[in-house]
Design a protein around this ligand. Structure first.
Ligand code: PBG
Length: 324
């Protein structure tokens, strides 16, 4: 059968018809909203490089988190900006570190909200790399030991999910062992498994003050030209004890998300990163496109590719749009 028996336009004839046959659903349930916290009190300052995003302090972020939860968003992802940086990034695992304080604050006000913490050293080390240096190179195993300390300190503060974003080999194993040995059997690990050395993190590095002071991250983050290697990274992280695996960024890597979804049974997360967010914002500001429509189209594409969870700076706005 072909035309005229089959006319594809029949199922596009009205909004109700289009809704009836829609294959992909966007739900607020699958969104995660990132938040940036720095030391201090009563802070809520706009982040210059990221329209609509703010730097909070532990006291003000708790209020924001409660609002996020009231919009139906089940989880936030925390990034900390410490006052002091050093060679080892020791503020990253300090008991009274900015993220640890924040987790405790949020757990007081938004008790049912899931708190995910980014586990990395780049914002905490003086050189801005995701690991510690030895003879000018990133020392993989020594970094893993520190990352396990960071993750454990987040779990002790009350984090529900820890999310290592450093791309060291074996870090999920180190973290899982530390959590098990200390009785944190229920703390989940969301691993940034296929994290690419991407140009699209630009606005974030400004927001998190985490740009590398020399060189780049190509020695640990993945080459954007690779897809098979992403499958290998994900398989290894699952084997080491990851509960959720992530692909990051999302838009240039929709094929990787698709392949991961076909191949693995655990939840797949995708990070709609700062550069993807700001590209759209700037185009909308210039009057080149309809912001809401472009935002939803973007999120649909990530979901359609196979992401179960989407981490996005659009989460709050999307939740409001989806309500209408
Ligand atoms: C830290 C980290 C980065 C992002 C999340 N965690 C930056 C980087 O690796 O350079 C990027 C998030 C975004 O761009 O929205 N390792």
């Amino acid at each position: 059968m072909s035309f005229p028996e089959i006319r594809m336009r029949r199922l596009r004839s009205s909004d109700a018809m289009r809704r009836l046959v829609r294959e992909t659903t966007l739900s607020v349930n699958n969104l995660v909203y990132p938040l940036f916290v720095k030391e201090g009190k009563k802070i809520k300052e706009p982040i210059k490089s990221m329209t609509g995003c703010f730097h909070f302090s532990p006291d003000t972020v708790a209020k924001e988190a409660a609002e996020v939860f009231s919009l139906g968003i089940p989880a936030v992802l925390l990034f900390g900006l410490p006052d002091k940086k050093d060679e080892k990034g020791s503020q990253a695992w300090a008991e009274d570190g900015v993220v640890q304080q924040t987790v405790r604050e949020i757990k007081k006000t938004a008790t049912s909200l899931l708190v995910i913490t980014d586990v990395c050293l780049c914002g905490y080390t003086s050189k801005g790399h995701c690991g510690i240096l030895k003879d000018g190179r990133i020392d993989n195993d020594a970094t893993c030991e520190l990352l396990a300390k960071v993750a454990l300190s987040h779990a002790q503060a009350g984090a529900d999910i820890v999310a290592p974003s450093d791309m060291m080999d074996g870090r999920v194993k180190y973290i899982r062992e530390a959590l098990e040995q200390n009785g944190f059997y229920e703390t989940a690990i969301m691993a940034y498994s296929a994290k690419y050395a991407s140009a699209f993190y630009g606005p974030f590095r400004d927001a998190a003050d985490s740009a590398p002071q020399f060189g780049d991250r190509k020695g640990y983050q993945m080459d954007p030209a690779n897809g098979n290697q992403a499958m290998q990274e994900i398989a290894l992280d699952i084997e080491e004890g990851a509960d959720i695996v992530m692909i990051k960024p999302a838009l240039c890597f929709l094929d990787v998300i698709y392949r991961a979804k076909q191949r693995f049974d655990c939840p797949i997360a995708a990070y709609n990163v700062s550069g993807e967010y700001m590209m759209l914002n700037k185009a909308a500001e210039a009057g080149l496109l309809d912001r809401d429509a472009a935002m939803l189209e973007t999120l649909y594409s990530i979901k359609r590719a196979g992401a179960d969870i989407i981490i996005t700076y659009f989460a709050k706005e999307t939740s409001k749009l989806l309500r209408r």
